[in-house]
Design a protein around this ligand. Sequence first.
Ligand SMILES: CC(C)(COP(=O)(O)OP(=O)(O)OC[C@H]1O[C@@H](n2cnc3c(N)ncnc32)[C@H](O)[C@@H]1OP(=O)(O)O)[C@@H](O)C(=O)NCCC(=O)NCCS
Length: 205
Amino acid sequence: MNLLLKIINKKGTIIRYLYYPWRKYRYRSISLSCVISCTNSITPEYVECGERVYIGFNARIQGIKEYNGVTFSPRIILGDDVSIQQNIHLTCANSVIVEKNTAIAANVTITDIHHPYTDINVPIEKQNIEVGTVYIGEDCKIYNNAVILPNVVIGKHVTIGANSVVTRDIPDYCVVVGIPAKIIKRYDFDTQTWRKTNSEGKFID
Ligand SMILES: CC(C)(COP(=O)(O)OP(=O)(O)OC[C@H]1O[C@@H](n2cnc3c(N)ncnc32)[C@H](O)[C@@H]1OP(=O)(O)O)[C@@H](O)C(=O)NCCC(=O)NCCS
């Protein structure tokens, strides 16, 4: 069994090496150490990967260059050692940045696009999109099914609980959960412990 796994691993590495020139040609930037599993859809020309980026199965990572005749210049930046598990839905018309060492679990949505519903005479899907930015700091952990909405800045070393919807900025060293995601814990540098907080991040224990 071990031998079989070793052979499969080696085969994977060889395929990655052979495939690399094609990847390098297609991606805005990518290194040999990146592992990209079979994707659902991806626009590699807008994706910049650092070293050792991992993207799991069935990812949709899409830069939107045109919507309703309006053109965009999307930039999707995944820092060193970013890992993304299966079924990510990442759409970007302007800028989505995920800093190094951030881990994204399964079924997470990240988008810098909002579909306005303002005009009741035009189907929502046909109204012009509003475009923002998403910035996710380094060392974060984003758990299953979380949704990160446009115009959000997530700080360093933040944990985002399963099923959370992040609608506003999150400071460094926090744990957030819920819909909308609220701070429940923050690191206290004085006591060097994680302490419970109210939703404004003020310590309550
Ligand atoms: C975010 C998370 C890491 C928090 O862990 P923690 O700091 O140990 O939190 P606690 O267990 O102390 O819970 C603190 C409070 O938040 C609540 N809470 C925890 N996770 C929550 C979530 N995802 N959504 C809503 N509330 C949550 C708890 O019920 C608890 O509420 P209480 O104070 O009213 O009792 C964890 O709960 C989580 O979401 N893990 C996801 C695990 C997962 O999906 N794993 C698979 C992928 S690897």
